[in-house]
Design a protein around this ligand. Structure first.
Ligand SMILES: *Cc1c(COP(=O)(O)O)cnc(C)c1O
Length: 424
């Protein structure tokens, strides 16, 4: 019997977070390693959502706005604030990550129009880059975007950011954890460099929130956006959040003047008067059904404690890296993610010339008795193995790596076409 197997079993036995697995919908025939893309369903969410639909909507109808719904967004903001190291009145929950980024980009570029450089990098999420490009084309025509080039789409040297920023830099925007390689920035160091140059920063923490310790306040971050359907387990397309540091809130203005950003929306005045505080970044009637579904996942994270989750993520990543080096590197795989845990989020990326078809074979085993393993694929040839400490076990990681090695050795992937599916 493999020593890795024994080690995995022992690590699971001593894992103080192991029981959280039972709070999620679980298929014993499947190993799910894609929680960094869509988190699992917390069992309690089924009950919570049914209650909102059947009772709050079904029976209480319009009365539910005052009874349960008007404070739902800010109640969730309080929970998210604890997860990302912010104050409750610095977080707004609603809309999507991309829309929230649009609002904050517009607001911060308008604040200091005399500066025209925007800096980001090629590790950032493509949607973020598109939004900046669109704003320059449509609104900030004198601005220019500089996309810094990473080392092999994996790593960025902080010195390179330092060298790129100058007094004409209006804004820096980066993903804290890169969706591709899992590279993690030193938030504090970058914030210092940005502020030394009197510039502003927007962090996209979508790929970090819920798996990595984030200290927005302690590191003096200006602004951030993030999503709730990855490590926060809020469900497909669940509402996102934004963060604006308290002292910046009065200086920044939501570009979309709408009634939920109004000081007194239910006075129905004909003129817009913006709300003060974080609520000024709202737009519309909150999406109650999907907001309600976020709560149980957040409660589980808070109960487990984000530091404990981070510790387990580091331990599981170290175990997974050892497995990859033992089983997969000899078969032609390359470990892509940084080896230093301080520079890594909660997924491990590997690559192989046949990554796309190996990923397909994992999800669609030819022999139906094989365990289903679900990671995901990102171009050009990355397989991402997501570690979600609340429900990933060490045995899951062991079995997944052994399965990848079997697929590669037997060339089971050759039964699949290289033609790409719409969602990979
Ligand atoms: C998942 C993710 C998003 C998602 O954006 P949506 O507007 O919610 O579709 C944005 N940024 C990053 C870094 C992500 O990982």
């Amino acid at each position: 019997m493999s020593t890795f197997f024994e080690k995995a079993a022992a690590l699971d036995k001593n894992d103080e977070l192991a029981h959280f697995k039972n709070h999620f919908e679980n298929d014993p025939e499947m190993i799910y390693l894609d929680g960094n893309s869509l988190g699992k369903l917390p069992l309690k969410t089924i009950e919570t959502s049914a209650n909102i639909v059947k009772n709050q909507w079904g029976k209480r109808l319009i009365r539910s706005w005052n009874e349960n719904w008007m404070n739902l967004s800010s109640d969730i903001a309080k929970k998210i604030a604890q997860i990302v190291g912010a104050q409750p009145d610095e977080i707004f929950v609603g809309d999507t990550t991309s829309i929230n980024l649009y609002k904050l980009l517009f607001a911060s570029l308008s604040l200091q129009k005399e500066k025209t450089d925007i800096i980001t990098d090629d590790l950032n999420f493509p949607s973020d880059l598109y939004i900046i490009q669109g704003l320059i084309e449509q609104q900030f025509k004198n601005h220019s975007l500089k996309i810094l080039k990473s080392e092999q789409e994996v790593f960025m040297d902080t010195q390179k950011i330092n060298a790129a920023i100058n007094t004409n830099t209006a804004l820096v925007t980066l993903s804290l954890v890169s969706y591709k390689s899992s590279f993690l920035y030193d938030m504090e160091a970058i914030n210092k460099i940005v502020h030394k140059n009197k510039s502003l920063i927007i962090w996209d923490i979508s790929h970090a929130a819920g798996a990595t310790t984030i200290q927005l306040n302690k590191t003096n971050a200006d602004m951030a956006v993030g999503c709730t359907y990855k490590y926060l387990n809020g469900g497909p397309g669940s509402p996102a959040f934004l963060y604006v540091r308290k002292d910046l809130q009065e200086k920044l203005n939501n570009p979309i003047w709408s009634w939920f950003a109004h000081q007194n929306p239910f006075d129905f005045n004909t003129n817009f008067v913006p709300d003060t505080g974080i609520q000024k970044f709202a737009i519309s009637t909150p999406s109650i059904l999907s907001l309600g579904a976020i709560v149980p996942g957040l409660d589980l994270l808070l109960e487990a404690g984000i530091e404990n989750i981070q510790t387990k993520s580091n331990q599981q990543s170290a175990f997974l890296i050892a497995l990859i080096q033992h089983y997969l590197v000899p078969l032609g795989f390359e470990l892509v993610s940084p080896l230093n845990e301080k520079q890594r989020g909660s997924h491990i990326s590997i690559k192989h010339p046949e990554s796309y078809r190996i990923n397909l074979a994992m999800i669609n085993p030819v022999n139906k008795n094989e365990k289903l393993v679900i990671p995901d694929f990102r171009p050009p040839n990355f397989i991402r193995i997501g570690i979600t400490p609340l429900y990933t076990s060490y045995l899951d990681l062991y079995e997944a790596v052994v399965r990848i090695s079997e697929i590669t050795k037997t060339k089971e992937y050759e039964t699949f076409s290289t033609k790409r599916l719409k969602v990979t």
